[in-house]
Design a protein around this ligand. Structure first.
Ligand SMILES: Cc1cc2nc3c(=O)[nH]c(=O)nc-3n(C[C@H](O)[C@H](O)[C@H](O)COP(=O)(O)O)c2cc1C
Length: 399
């Protein structure tokens, strides 16, 4: 294992606290790929996508938004881990996604107040009615059931051949809502101070650990700031890092922003990064748990400099891996410096994320060379596909 005092190189392995080894410093960060079958199970297309990233040299791919409860999905293309999961299809996915010793982890999600309204009755830490956002508040009993629900999903993931899990506590979804004073107005044990707002996350980690055992990686994605007035601040987020340091986590991924209507989201930001290196430098002083930052990496030099800074152990890549799925191999062998990112003349909210999602569809077809979609068309096709899946999801999960 590379010690913090040594300078890690892109191809150096990293041993996580649980003992699992990542073969290099690249992680394909979670992306909701909208490729599930509408009944929470993987499709062949989706399986091919993760196989491609494994072939491209990533040490770990994280599948975005894999739901622990079909009542609160982010989108109708999400996977769901439940007693109804198609274990054969999941095993097919994990077996092809782990070629070249790649790891594959699901990002355990629950969208809470941001659950897809056509599929759910959104419910977060507190009942809210702000602008376009309306949701119920979870009862204390419902909150107390959450750790078990996460643990059950993690266990199914382990049985299906996933090699670890990531808890999604970023971007304004349920666990991120608990951390955020904007969403969390609770006056019980789970609201108020940052310790209280973090409580459910600590309980979720403990419960998952109990279910999956000591040798199985558990990571988390958190915001360093919601980038939203009244939301989670950097100072609170540093307290969260301090709290997480006392858990059995294996990896902390740092991100920022939310999908709160009209707010800033990392996936829609066009500028160069890395966005969160400054925060990682502060976090590094507070924890021994490996740190990964995701957001804005576009050039090989940025990845090397981030590792050399000593603040981060892993480089999280999302959009760059959509532009070039072989990026880890290319950056390790130094055959390409920078993927050819598209330039958009004007952007509508959510347009960039939709464009990248539609390009994922071209990747799974091994046909990205012919992908030439403008933003408006991407947004239309993305929404059209989701609308079709809504009907399938409703029919299946209402039974
Ligand atoms: C199409 C798309 C879908 C995304 N879905 C998720 C998701 O499901 N979970 C998540 O934590 N982040 C998601 N993200 C955010 C990315 O993981 C990442 O944090 C963000 O894009 C910034 O990193 P980048 O500059 O490398 O793209 C998504 C991003 C894109 C482009």
């Amino acid at each position: 294992m590379t010690k913090a005092t040594e300078k890690p190189l892109l191809n150096h392995s990293l041993t996580l606290p649980c003992g699992a080894v990542l073969k290099n410093r690249f992680v394909k960060s979670a992306m909701s790929d909208s490729l599930g079958d509408g009944q929470g199970n993987p499709t062949d297309a989706q399986t091919r996508l993760y196989e491609r990233w494994a072939e491209g040299g990533t040490a770990l791919s994280i599948i975005g938004e894999v739901q622990i409860d079909a009542r609160f999905p982010e989108k109708p293309g999400n996977l769901v881990l439940s007693e109804r999961s198609d274990m054969n299809a999941l095993r097919q996915l994990t077996s092809r996604a782990t070629v070249n010793q790649a790891h594959i982890w699901p990002q355990l999600g629950h969208a809470g107040a941001l659950s897809h309204p056509p599929l759910s009755q959104p419910a977060g830490p507190s009942a809210l009615n702000i602008g376009e956002l309306r949701c119920d508040g979870l009862s204390l009993e419902q909150v107390r059931q959450l750790p078990d629900s996460y643990a059950r999903a993690a266990l199914i993931a382990q049985q299906a051949g996933f090699t670890g899990v990531q808890i999604h506590a970023g971007h304004g979804f349920l666990l991120s809502q608990f951390l955020s004073p904007l969403f969390n107005k609770r006056t019980d044990l789970y609201g108020g101070s940052i310790e209280a707002r973090s409580r459910i996350i600590v309980e979720v980690i403990e419960s998952i650990r109990k279910a999956v055992g000591t040798g199985f990686p558990i990571g988390i994605k958190i915001n360093c700031s919601d980038l939203l007035e009244g939301g989670l601040t950097e100072s609170d987020a540093l307290d969260v890092i301090r709290i997480l340091n006392d858990t059995t986590l294996d990896l902390i991924e740092i991100s920022g922003g939310t999908y709160f209507p009209g707010a800033k989201a990392s996936s829609d930001r066009a500028s160069d990064g890395p966005y969160y290196l400054g925060f990682a430098q502060m976090a590094r002083q507070l924890t021994d748990i490996p740190i990964m930052i995701t957001g804005g990496f576009k050039h090989r030099d940025q990845a090397i400099a981030a590792l050399y800074s000593g603040a981060v152990d892993l480089i999280g890549l999302a959009r760059a891996m959509v532009v070039n799925p072989n990026l880890p191999n290319d950056w390790i062998s130094n055959t390409h410096q920078s993927p050819a990112f598209p330039r958009f003349e004007s952007t509508t909210s959510g347009g960039i994320t939709a464009w990248f999602t539609m390009r994922l569809t071209a990747l799974e077809q091994d046909n990205e060379i012919n992908f030439d979609m403008d933003l408006a068309t991407a947004l239309d096709q993305y929404e059209m596909r989701d609308n079709q899946r809504v009907l399938k999801w409703r029919e299946y999960f209402s039974q």
